[in-house]
Design a protein around this ligand. Sequence first.
Ligand code: HEC
Length: 702
Amino acid sequence: MTTHYAIRKFNFVSLISNLVTVLQGLVFCFFSISSFAQVSDDAIAQVDQNGQWLSYGRTHNETRFAPFEDINDSNVQELGVDWFIDLPNDVGLVSTPLVIDEVLYFVGTMNIVRAVNAVSGEILWTYNPRVAEEIAGKKKVGWVHNRGLSFYGDKIYGATWDGRLFALNYKTGEEAWITRTFPIDSALYITGTPKAFKGKVIIGNGGTENGPTRGFITAYDAETGEEAWKFYIVPGNPADGFENAAMEMAAETWTGDWWTNGGGGNVWHGFTYDVEMDALYIGTGNGAPWNASIRSPEGGDNLFLCSVLALDPDTGEYLWHYQTTPGETWDYNSNMDIVLTDLEIEGEEVKALLHAPKNGFFYVLNRENGELISAEKYAEANWASHIDMTTGRPVEIPGARFDNNTVKITPGPLGAHSWHPMSYNPNTGLVYIPTIHWGVEFSDEAYDEGFTANDFEWNLAVDWVGDLDYEISGSLQAWDPVEQRQVWEVDYDHMYNAGTLTTAGNLVFQGTAEGNLMAYDASNGQALWEKDLGLGISAPPISYKIDGKQYLSILVGWGGGGAAGLDRDGSTLGWEYGKHTRRLITFSLGGDNEIPEQPAPSFPEPLVDTGFQIDSDLATLGELAFANNFCGGCHGTAAVPAGMAPDLRASPILLDQQAFYSIVRDGALVSRAMPAHPDISDADLESIRHYIRQQAINAQRQ
Ligand code: HEC
């Protein structure tokens, strides 16, 4: 009886356990169908990721390392176009796509999000946050492009130029929620990737030099969009009380009435979540205004400018910081990407944080406590001789601070490395850094302590010009973070080359300003493959694997500072607005699709002999109006464009007052990313017209 019972009991248990197995199977089955669209922190932290590309820098460690060997150093020559899509209405493309559950998501010009079948390229849905209409007349500063999206849980997160943060249903692209992160009429903007992790999504903003700005980062509940916490980067007016103890500590490093000019520190890029330490690292911005002797007249380090700042991800509380450029005065922000790995240094395993900010030094920090492990120059940097390892501070060259002086400084304000992401390959142990080589001349002779920052002006309190003696160039370098030395370098003629991807196939991929997608041997820098894509590349490539096949995808659409014409280099490439088709291109081994050839680089001819009578007084006023209305942000400094918008010197629209007004004031081309300016005065419109016509004649004379 007992035995019998035991057998029956056994059978019963076995039945239950069988049922459980069946149920588990069902659950497993359910999850394997839908799990891709339930992106968790664990999933993002994994190196394998089931062949996908789940977040901006692929894993939470932001290494941009794809662990696939199918495409490798011995067969990369067989790489060909698998599929591509034309994006005829896009202009600047700088973003990193994501791939989840065989769908590729990317953000294009004016923050338009698209979901695309990652195997065929078929467009599944499009979300348009209608940015040009939103900013009309209210926001004169910003950029047409954005660096990326986040996927977390079952939602996609993005942010808009005008300061909105949105969550989308991943299947349909419908808005789950949308929230404003700062007032529309403030002199701030967003170009950054919201970082979603641990049930939150965080976003900062740019605009340090466009007003009396005080940088901050805000965390929102990923499900609801409710604000969870906010952390200011620099202290406000002590009379108003400090938000937290960290602000009180920071205030001791500022002097004078710093808060009247904002202080700056805006965080527009460089967010990394450390799963092991449960810490959020953010790279912080430069000072507002740039000139430290005006910003903080009695000196001081000006915390937390130009720092790696560690915060508690749940509460936003301060954990630790390391400041790369104390009392910065050259626009040397530390907003560049922050990469995490473990390194063996002098026989010890170190939880390392790698950072190559604008100032030209490569930093290895201990992410357990923020201590400096090592720092060496990765590019020409004449402002400091070295980093003192006992104090952790740079040793500045006397005279590098341009107090009432003119001084040649390298790197220039775009830095030796900007937002174009670096990548880290654990197999080679090397970091691949898109490097910029240039210098500028700073002079603050025209500025005094009476300076005040105003919204929508360039509040630098220092003048700078590209140092014309200095040969501008770019390079890709492989950097050994343990030995702090360069292992190999490839030179480029132009400075604005794109971010990198490295793979387990011993490869490094990078797009160049000249329009080539390059593959290098990751260990020695030998060029193994190149493909001319006919248009400057500004976005980093990604790689993913579906059904055992490895793909490589890249957005081709000249964008960023080079395309905005911030300096002369971008305007020399010939990426004339409207000539070259923007594309998303995906490669695979043996891919045999042909992309239509792009037109050769070209430079529009300025219109002359038009009969337009230039009033030179109006033209002089127009120079200021053109700058103050930030027309140059897209149409190029001094109306010399570099691809982000048409060359107005060649435009017949300038000859027709009505047409000009209807485009610039009424927004006739809003749908094509030319913002409306409903509040612009007739006087400004007319003077801008005369200024541009004069620039056309001047260009002809050269
Ligand atoms: C956000 C970027 C941006 C800003 C800022 C901007 N523009 Fe534009 N603009 C564009 C783009 C892009 C086009 C081309 C639209 C198209 O494809 O038709 C354009 C077109 C134009 C045109 C028509 C040119 C032609 O030949 O079709 C004029 C005129 C113009 N802009 C003037 C201005 C002026 C003046 C300002 C400052 C008040 C300004 N824009 C600010 C992006 C911008």
